[in-house]
Design a protein. Structure first.
Length: 253
């Protein structure tokens, strides 16, 4: 039986522990701040969690990732894979890989590409680093979808953050649209407009937005100023419109 140490038993850690155990894998966890209940055997220290593990999964958050790795790696078996699933910078992932290499432990930089509560252990993952392929093999019995990519530690993190620019930027846009539409009494109409745009040829839409902005920057800058002015009349934020104005001004320059 593959033995897995789960470091961090917050929401995502508990879900992975539950689903990996349900797939027949042995799971042991550690978290000094959370209780996993019946989802996983919980031990009292990092050293006990990683002892004899084939795979160590870190889900402690980016701020704690390095300190936990420094604590865990000296006790990891040499055959183990240390997989960091925290959302962190490529620089952080390369630092963790160096710490792992110093202990002769292979490292997997793993990017989680969707919210874990939605699909559990079947959430799409992307992995890079010396332990990426073995990580994918170890979690395959739980039907975990892993794409292993070249580029070393940091490559998966970089792609995740590029995706975050889109996803979090789109979230900010939707918040600004929804807030303004509610204030104007046009929420249903505007949502239908958004759905219609995103339901068509999205690849063509991207080209139209990017290339069209370069060609028509002056006209669109004026339109953005009018839109921001209208949001001011509504009393709603225009932070995304301000960013749009900055981008269009840079294209004019």
């Amino acid at each position: 039986m593959t033995k897995i140490a789960m470091l961090g038993l917050g929401e995502a850690g508990r879900i992975y522990a539950r689903d990996l155990r349900a797939a027949g894998l042995g799971v042991r966890g550690f978290d000094p701040y959370a209780q996993a209940g019946d989802d996983v055997e919980q031990v009292s220290c990092v050293e006990k969690a990683v002892a004899g593990a084939d795979l160590v999964i870190s889900l402690v958050g980016a701020r704690a990732a390095e300190s936990v790795a420094r604590q865990a790696l000296p006790s990891c078996p040499k055959h183990a894979i240390y997989a960091d699933l925290n959302t962190g910078s490529p620089t952080l992932k390369r630092t963790l890989a160096e710490l792992a290499a110093a202990e002769d432990v292979r490292f997997a930089d793993v990017a989680v590409l969707a919210p874990v509560p939605r699909q559990g252990a079947r959430t799409p993952l992307m992995a890079s680093g010396t332990g990426a392929d073995t990580f994918a093999d170890l979690v395959r019995p739980a039907a975990v979808p892993v794409e292993s990519i070249p580029g070393g530690a940091g490559a998966a993190a970089a792609r995740k953050l590029l995706r975050s620019v889109f996803m979090k930027g789109m979230a900010a846009l939707m918040l600004e649209c929804e807030t303004a539409a509610v204030a104007a009494g046009e929420q249903e109409w505007l949502r239908a407009q958004i759905v219609a745009e995103l339901s068509g040829d999205v690849d063509q839409l991207i080209d139209r937005l990017t290339e069209g902005s370069k060609v028509h920057a002056a006209r669109r800058a004026h339109e953005v100023e009018d839109a921001a002015g209208y949001l001011a009349e509504l009393g709603t934020p225009s932070w995304v419109m301000e960013a749009s104005r900055t981008w269009l001004a840079s294209l004019l320059d």
